[in-house]
Design a binder for this molecule. Sequence first.
Ligand code: GLA
Length: 633
Amino acid sequence: MNKISAAACAAIMLISTAHAQRPDPLAPTGRWTAYSGGRAATPPMGWNSWNAFASAVDEEKVMGSAKRIVDSGLASKGYRYINLDDGWAAQRRESDGRLIIRADKFPSTAKRNQKTPSFKPYTDKLHAMGLKAGIYSDMGRNTCAQAWSATDDDLPKGSVAEREVGLHDFIDQDIALYFREWGFDYIKVDGCGLRDFGPNSPKVKAGQARALTPIMDLGAISRTDVTAVQELFRRVSAAIERSRPDGDFVYSLCIWGAANVRAWAKDVGNTSRTSDDISPVWGRLLVNYDSAVHRALYAHPGSWNDPDMLYIGAGDFDADHLTEARSHFSLWAMLNAPLLIGADLRKTPDALMDVLGNADIISLNQDIAGNQSTVVYDSSDLQILLKTLSNGDKAVAIFNRGSGAQDVSLQAAQMKYRDDAPVEMIDLWTKKPIVFTKDTKLHVAPRETLIFRARGTRALSDGLYLSEQPGKVNPAVDGVTRPIADPTIFRTAAGWGGTHGAGDRPQYAGWGGARADSAPYGQTLQIARKTYSSGIGILANSRLEVRNEGYRRFAAKVGVDDSATDKTNPVVFTVYGDGKRLTEIRPLTWGMPAEPVEVDVSGVKLIELVARSAATENEALSVTWGEASLRGR
Ligand code: GLA
């Protein structure tokens, strides 16, 4: 008995020492911590080989599309990165671990009278065309095609070790090869190697691959080692920075929303896939779009949500489906998604080239303010997205997800404009102007997205709500302690397994993350029965970083949100400026009226908003920074 309690005591002491040593994640840092390395101040634009060619890719196919990008004028509109996806690798040489290219498919790589093929002539050629070059690898030992391809034709050949073309045990060597020696400017790092090569996987059983205990499971966050996955992706990030000290790179994470990456990729790389692969099917577009649309606060200049490449040119998005193709393009522009064309451009009809080349819509995606659109009207069939642009204009998109036409009344107030002053809008597809006061009636065809650039009189005359500038708001700590699947993502009938099994179940973690103009679980922001159409909803024990570019005041109305089920634990709201405490609000519990916060932030570059509680169940304690805004410039 004595022995047991001594052991228990020692354990408790160990735990409390560990606690004492762990830095307080809510302590202000005075620093913007979202990733800002690389060249992704605006979302990357370009082309990728996968959707058109899968692993049957070759140099002629890539260069054919690259040439059309230049010749058609798409390059001058910003399409720059020509990205080679899975299928280029022949094997890893056993003697020195060097990666060998499939020179029969990429003839220029064999030219230089060398025994070992090199991609340098290939990247030189793209650079000479004014383009940038991208390459593909996997975080594990093997790639996705190696896990999933039905045939062996385009896969690496040789011994098990020779087939290990992934980064896992070769991070520094491979990254230096790609960026320093071969001259690539962009890397997509996939994740099948971390999940598909367990001892029972078919490829392992067939003796074609070495077993690697899976540390990631897209279907079960509880069977995923989030820290280990993060650690590997951070190591790649550091290796790229060492190989490209001038910062001329793009680092694209591709783990499809697994490992709760929708919450942390913003700290590690430039773009991150929020869902599994897109396919040229309407229902699948909805899945991918939904995986990013409520995550505006997790995207910033330098770190973008990636709902996957464009599938314009195939299936539901081909030239016979221009409504769907235009919707796809409009939505990806509003989401600040990377605009990576997935079509064989040698054969793409002009009508689709015109969709991809709509400069007015590209300029929304490439706007330097870097604000992903937020959802200002939300239903299963219809959504209205709003995006604040750097010159003060707004972009607004009205998306009809369903199969019936919709008559919509768009309100000036939804656009955060005064409803007694005119709003002027231009339809970015038809170029027709519309002028209205208070509201306007619009007809939206099935699957159509109307998209406008607008100008009106701002309801908040002397500043901007934080929810209008998500690109400058970083939920450094969002309070989610036990990530669970997000039930709001569309679940398509055409899932990967067809209709086998139990259907397309919710699988992307991130439910309860921070939201613009919404409580963390989707309710209207509300404190003591008063609703707020603008504000930030987040869980307790959270810290938001806010960039301040010259505003003099921060104002908000704070409190525990009515949606919280924890009605007892108080929350303390504190505002910091460049690491120093500016103000603290007395502890507030559920049901207490909102408390106004008003602080001078003149000269402050980084504001931090901390909501702290002794509660351990943050998930039950949503808080609201109602009407949070920066004022007076
Ligand atoms: C995964 C990725 C795709 C593509 C393939 C290549 O499925 O999500 O985008 O890169 O692997 O095998």
